[in-house]
Design a protein around this ligand. Structure first.
Ligand code: GLN
Ligand code: ZN
Length: 766
């Protein structure tokens, strides 16, 4: 099939115009979440769900067109996830779902997302370094790509009927394969990228159909190239766009890189026969410097991604325009865009009327960002928008709240504030005071949260029950959980965290410098949405946050009670964070506030403190060159929290995963006395990595808290013995993989009894 034409037919495309790379799809009031969950429960049928989805799509298109964008992105909607949609489009459906292929496509989609009888769901993982999670396509040598689903085309036609010509957004073919995993049973050495050519056949077909339907532009997202890539992967990128760019009947091709500089991929794209490239000029400003030398950009449009797509602050118009303007001599044309899709921010800051007015002025959510893009686009075109620019400048320049006391205290810190005595000295002091048996048993913090607790918290929030009644109910729950743990026979107890809706939000609500929004929802995965707190000013701790609950819990028992805090990195990772100073500086402010909390806990008699850092690996920069600097401040902020405690106070940390790779050294750097990690699902595999890398005590999880199954005493003992062989009885702890918050009470209690019994058996034999 001859599908190449000389490049002379290019250059007649309509102008692309200013644009956003993507938009939220859950609806301003989470309409999609509600509709999808009602469909899952059987409360509405597929037709009604589809109708709600269509009205959300129509509203988004109209809003973006009416907002004045030069080009309106299309296909930004998804019932669950765009990677899953891409897999369905190209027919990458694992054989275990084959039985559903004949039914309603919605059922196949949701089965792949959530699992069906006998067919476990696709694996889910984080979308680069954001808090969005995608489903991981499974590709094997037997995968036969075909244009199996035409949603991008029908979405385009739907827009046409509405009178809006959109620019369909697709996951780029190379990123699609790089983010996929080899299907189970694929031979060693097989990589999904091996199938690039046959995938390109399908993309070629899809582009041709879109062109036939009237699409003038199509956007192909290739964020995988914001991470380090091998020469072979860069060659695949070249092959892909030589092929797609050479198609005879195709729309204009915009290839978008985001979440960092494209680096070595930029010259590849500059030389490819495509029409436009979107650069992330917030996280990837380095590309501006290399772009100047790339003559291949001269016949292309470059989208200058100067409006940050994944944070919530107003754009400084002068900085943005000057960054865009540096490309003017280089690119054929320059247009303004967001740095990435707006999927990662909430809809509308103007609705946050409960916020301090000054803070609200500083915020830009998706709607405000569209207006920023349009304004900057007009300015770049030479329109006279002086008055609007003045206003934008004033808003962007509003300063963060400053706390000189916090700053002075941080300035006065010296190296000793980050240091503790040698590990063996501490171990001896702790053994003397805590008197724990070998292989001590504990949990990670939260206990099952029943409906009563949630209702109580909500009632308190809404003012239906007063502080003292709330405190009475929470204390009753804490007492119940303490008695339960004593009865089970655990060695180190927890208070169960009933007062926490969320491990970050709880602290955000108690620290100065944070705000919480009323409508600021963003999609985390599928129908799950989160409302990240906004860290907007210097951080302080007006008063103790956890001391009351933890001391009460300790007063109920003679066993050691473990106090529970969330670490600085995790608090930052799950919030929108001010961007007017380095993240490390903000992390140290959070660290200082938590340090005060730890000191108060210690003074109140708590002898064990756990500082959770489940997001330590999540924030790891995509490029290896940026990782050491990140790890340095991440470790510093943790050690600032814990560095002031006495030798006999035992510091625990908890990390939520089992693959550490580049962060093993960092875990050692945290210098915690006990580190608990997820390990049950990988059957203690983690110890080969951590056992030698982290010299202090380890609690590899022996209970997979994501499963309703109750592991037997024998199976737990087996895991503990395997761990014992590797690290010995002096360093081993017995605990679940993570908190028990989402488990049912009965199954959790039964498992903990098995865990305690298994530890006793292993201890005796050990
Ligand atoms: N202490 C928290 C809990 O048990 C830890 C949660 C987490 O690691 N994500 O719920
Ligand atoms: Zn965890």
């Amino acid at each position: 099939m001859p599908d190449t034409v000389p490049s002379t037919t290019r250059g007649t495309r309509p102008r692309l115009g200013s644009t956003v790379l993507g938009y939220p799809r859950i609806g301003p009031d989470r309409e999609l979440k509600r509709a999808v969950e009602r469909y899952w429960r059987g409360d509405i049928g597929a037709a009604e769900l589809r109708a709600i989805a269509a009205s959300l799509r129509a509203a988004t298109r109209a809003e973006l067109r009416d907002g004045g964008l030069g080009s309106v992105p299309g296909n930004t909607f998804s019932f669950y996830d765009q990677m899953l949609d891409a897999a369905l489009t190209v027919g990458a459906v694992p054989t275990r779902f084959a039985g559903l292929a004949a039914g309603d496509p919605l059922d196949l989609l949701f089965a792949m997302a959530r699992g069906a009888a006998g067919a476990p769901a696709l694996e889910m993982t984080k979308w680069f370094d954001t808090n969005y999670h995608y489903l991981v396509p499974e590709i094997g040598p037997g995968t036969r790509f075909r244009l199996a689903d035409r949603t991008p085309v029908t979405d385009f036609l739907e827009g046409r009927r509405q009178g809006i010509t959109t620019r369909p957004v697709l996951v780029g073919p190379v990123t699609f394969l790089l983010l996929s995993k080899a299907a189970d049973g694929a031979p060693d050495g097989f990589a999904p990228l091996d199938l690039l050519d046959s995938l390109l056949d399908v993309y070629a077909r899809l582009l041709t159909e879109l062109s036939g339907a009237g699409a003038e532009w199509v956007q192909l997202d290739e964020p995988a190239f914001a991470a380090d890539r091998t020469p072979a992967e860069l060659a695949a990128l070249r092959r892909a766009y030589d092929r797609l760019g050479g198609l005879a009947d195709r729309p204009g091709l915009l290839v978008a890189g985001y979440f960092g500089p494209l680096g070595d991929a930029l010259p590849v794209l500059a030389n490819a026969p495509i029409d436009a490239i979107a650069l992330d000029l917030v996280a990837g400003t380095a590309d501006v410097d290399t772009a100047g030398a790339l003559t291949g950009l001269r016949d292309k449009t470059v989208l200058a991604g100067v409006v940050e797509g994944r944070n919530v602050w107003r754009t400084d118009p002068d900085g943005a325009l000057s960054r865009a303007a540096t490309l003017l001599g280089t690119a054929g044309r320059v247009e303004i865009a967001t740095s990435c899709s707006l999927l990662h921010v909430p809809y509308d800051a103007s609705r946050e009327t409960g916020l301090d007015a000054d803070l609200r002025e500083r915020l830009a959510f998706a709607r405000e960002k569209v207006a920023e893009v349009v304004l900057l686009g007009r300015a770049l075109d030479g329109e006279d928008v002086t008055a609007e620019l003045v206003e934008a400048r004033v808003r962007a320049a509003r300063p963060a709240g400053r706390d000189d006391r916090v700053r002075a205290r941080l300035d006065a810190l010296g190296p000793d504030h980050y240091r503790r005595a040698a590990g063996d000295v501490r171990a001896k002091a702790q053994a003397d005071t805590l008197r724990l048996p070998p292989v001590p048993t504990t949990t990670i913090g939260s206990f099952p949260q029943n409906a009563d607790i949630r209702t109580d918290r909500a009632a308190h929030r809404a003012g239906r029950i007063d502080d003292s009644e709330y405190e009475r109910r929470m204390r009753a729950e804490i007492e119940r959980v303490v008695r339960l743990q004593e009865d089970i026979g655990l060695d180190v107890l927890v208070h169960g965290e009933p007062e926490r809706n969320d491990m970050v939000q709880y602290f955000a609500e108690h620290l100065g410098g944070f705000a919480t929004t009323a409508h600021g929802w963003v999609q985390s995965y599928g129908s799950r949405c989160v409302r990240p707190p906004v860290l907007h000013s210097d951080v302080s701790r007006p008063e103790p946050m956890t001391v009351g609950w933890s001391t009460y819990a300790q007063s109920l028992t003679s066993r050691p009670m473990k106090a529970m805090l969330t670490g600085p990195v995790t608090i930052l990772a799950w919030s929108f964070v001010r961007d007017d100073q380095p993240l490390g500086d903000t992390a140290r402010q959070v660290g200082l506030a938590l340090r005060d909390e730890v000191r108060d806990l210690e003074a109140a008699g708590l002898r064990i403190v756990q500082v959770d850092e489940p997001a330590l690996r999540e924030l790891l920069p995509l490029r290896a060159a940026d990782q050491p600097a990140y790890l340095e401040w991440a470790i510093d902020s943790f050690r600032l929290v814990t560095g002031g405690v006495s030798d006999s106070t035992q510091v625990h940390t908890h990390l939520c995963y089992s693959e550490f790779g580049e962060v093993v050294g960092a875990i050692d750097g945290l210098d915690a006395d006990v580190t608990t990690v997820e390990a049950a699902r990988s059957r203690m595999e983690v110890l080969s990595e951590l056992g030698s890398g982290v010299p202090r005590a380890l609690g590899p999880g022996v209970y997979d808290v994501h499963s309703p199954e109750v592991p037997s005493q024998a199976s737990i003992a087996l895991l503990l013995r395997a761990a014992l062989d590797q690290i010995g009885p002096q360093r081993l702890w017995a605990n679940p993989d993570c908190g028990l918050k989402t488990r049912g009470e009965a199954e959790a209690v039964e498992t903990l009894r098995n865990l305690v019994a298994a530890a006793a058996v292993v201890r005796e034999a050990g």
